[in-house]
Design a protein around this ligand. Structure first.
Ligand SMILES: Cc1ncc(COP(=O)(O)O)c(C=O)c1O
Length: 324
């Protein structure tokens, strides 16, 4: 992804922390007779697209001379920040909800990060890290703008891999919106630079068990409503209080996009379908594919659609075993 060096705001090359990641394969997959381009971001070094954001954010942290950071995560962002901090020799402490997939917890600890398991919801974890952030730099993937300077490279790669063409629509998961807003920023930069002629429609996918953005979008509500969250297989997008909610809805509306919610049954079905095609993705990513399937029913016949596998199935072995 550092092929787009001039578009990434790190001042000195010597501060770049990278595993030579990115430019993940874009592969055509058939869904009931319709072809969709899928970006295989589950193939990043730590197993999720969060490496895009972590590479840029941790590089910036190095550039600022910061030696200790804290971060909160549903798991994957914690893995990514921990890995890049390990590579950059930066001390990091990761806060996660105690019910996070054990595979992600192991990964975070193996990278040498200090792990804090917080009882309660994802929101309780966010509140716990704020206290730690009073004295330490907050390497937050949701608040910190440098994370989005990394996730925007998804848009650059998609356009380049399509021969510098814009897709008609992009279907992405959305919790706190690090990928959705990253895509929004990236496509806008290409538009402003005159490289692409239009923005794609942005379609955000939520789990019906935790869908504040879906509810706000459908019912035209501002601010984002409080919701009763239920357990969901899609732990990565189980965000009841998305801090950039207003910004996410504005981006979706400006592209004439939409927000779709999917059931647990649809998530399970998509997980199995994808695995039977040879793609082992985590349940959060299967939620995106379930949403994509809903979207395909209303999309135009020749629409050029791109979606993403955001996380690797090996992250969620316990959930997979339970499903067998
Ligand atoms: C695999 C996976 N997909 C999608 C997301 C959604 O990211 P966001 O909450 O930034 O929208 C996450 C977040 O943790 C994730 O782990």
């Amino acid at each position: 992804m550092w092929r787009y060096r001039e578009a990434i705001p790190i001042l000195k090359d010597e501060n770049i922390i990278s595993f030579d990641e990115g430019f993940t394969p874009l592969i055509a997959i058939d869904f009931a007779g319709k072809t969709v381009w899928i970006k295989q971001d589950h193939l990043f070094p730590t197993g999720s697209y969060k490496d895009r954001g972590a590479s840029v954010l941790v590089s910036k942290i190095k550039e600022l001379g910061i030696k200790r950071v804290v971060e909160d995560s549903s798991g994957n962002a914690g893995c990514a920040i921990a890995a890049y901090c390990a590579r950059g020799n930066i001390h990091c402490q990761i806060f996660v909800p105690e019910n996070t997939s054990p595979g992600k917890l192991a990964q975070i600890q193996f990278y040498g990060a200090k792990l804090n398991k917080v009882p309660g919801s994802r929101e309780d974890t966010a509140r716990a890290v704020w206290q730690a952030a009073v004295k330490n730099y907050y390497a937050s993937h949701s608040w910190n703008p440098f994370f989005f300077q990394g996730t925007k490279t998804l848009a650059f790669e998609v356009c380049e891999q399509l021969g510098w063409k814009t897709p008609d629509s992009v279907v992405v998961p959305v919790g706190n919106g690090t990928l959705l807003l990253g895509a929004w920023f990236g496509f806008n930069e290409l538009l402003k630079a005159g490289i692409i002629p239009k923005l794609p429609q942005i379609i955000g996918i939520q789990s019906a068990h935790c869908a504040p953005l879906y509810k706000a979008f459908k019912e035209g509500l501002t601010p984002i409503p409080k919701i009763e969250k239920e357990d969901t297989l899609a732990e990565g997008i189980a965000i009841a209080e998305p801090i950039r909610g207003k910004q996410i809805l504005a981006a979706v509306k400006k592209t004439a996009g939409q927000i779709i919610a999917v059931s647990e049954l649809e998530i399970k079905k998509s997980l199995r379908d994808m695995a039977q095609k040879g793609f082992y993705i985590e349940p959060t990513s299967a939620a995106t594919i379930a949403g994509l399937r809903q979207y395909l029913k209303i999309s135009s016949p020749n629409e050029n659609i791109v979606s993403v596998f955001t996380g690797h199935g090996l992250k969620a072995t316990e959930k997979m075993l339970k499903m067998l």
